[in-house]
Write a protein that binds this ligand. Structure first.
Ligand code: ITT
Length: 198
């Protein structure tokens, strides 16, 4: 039995592989298919974009597919970068995105730098008429300086007050326990085996 995770993002791929390590399922990602064409994410919501990705990949492989569309919502920026998180500063460049976020928040005090990571997962399967959709989130604060080397994307700036650490200062397993994606995957794990028609 095989499931494809419709992501080219190595950070996401690592988190999925760690959480979804059920021995009887072979998990692949788009990193295993480097020639898979770019998917245009034209949706206005995480769910629309995750649906676009899941179905583009399912149509190609005729296999069950999970897509994650995720991002960072910053309250002081009225929810931005949101669905534009990957390309906030232009190209998909984590360092440039983090620099832009810090500059947009220049002068905003820490207590007003509240933010949320959100992950919407869409599970599509050729034999199921309807997709399975779940969402996970985690609250934090945008730090004034990046800290930590683990994770990806905005993790060095996403400070979790309960841990007194950023998402880039904790292990992959710790991140999976508390993160938006970890929370969404845990919801999916409770549902998908009863839903899927093999
Ligand atoms: P795929 O579409 O191939 O999955 P992507 O990185 O383009 O990869 P998204 O369109 O969902 O995926 O963009 C999500 C962006 O949000 C991601 O590139 C990061 O900038 C940010 N992000 C999402 N989850 C994150 C996390 O766990 N840690 C840090 N940043 C995250």
């Amino acid at each position: 039995k095989e499931i494809i995770i419709a992501t080219k993002n190595p950070g996401k791929a690592r988190e999925f592989k760690r959480l979804f390590d059920d021995q009887e399922i072979e998990l692949k990602t788009l990193l295993d298919f480097p020639n898979f064409p770019e998917i245009r994410e034209t949706g206005k919501t995480f769910q629309e974009n995750a649906t676009i990705k899941a179905h583009a990949v399912m149509d190609q492989f005729n296999l069950p597919v999970i897509a994650d569309d995720s991002g960072l919502k910053v309250d002081a920026l009225y929810g931005q970068p949101g669905v534009h998180s990957a390309r906030y500063a232009g190209d998909h460049n984590d360092a440039a995105n983090n620099a832009k976020l810090l500059s947009e928040l220049g002068g905003v005090p820490l207590e007003k730098r509240t933010a949320q990571f959100v992950s919407t997962l869409v599970f599509a399967n050729p034999k199921n008429d309807q997709d399975l959709v779940v969402e996970g989130s985690v609250n934090g604060l945008i730090a004034t300086l990046p800290q930590g080397d683990d994770g990806f994307g905005y993790d060095p700036l996403f400070y979790v007050p309960e841990l007194d650490k950023t998402m880039a200062q904790i292990t992959l397993d710790q991140k999976n326990q508390i993160s938006h994606r970890g929370n969404a995957i845990k919801k999916l794990e409770k549902l998908w085996q009863d839903w899927i028609i093999w």
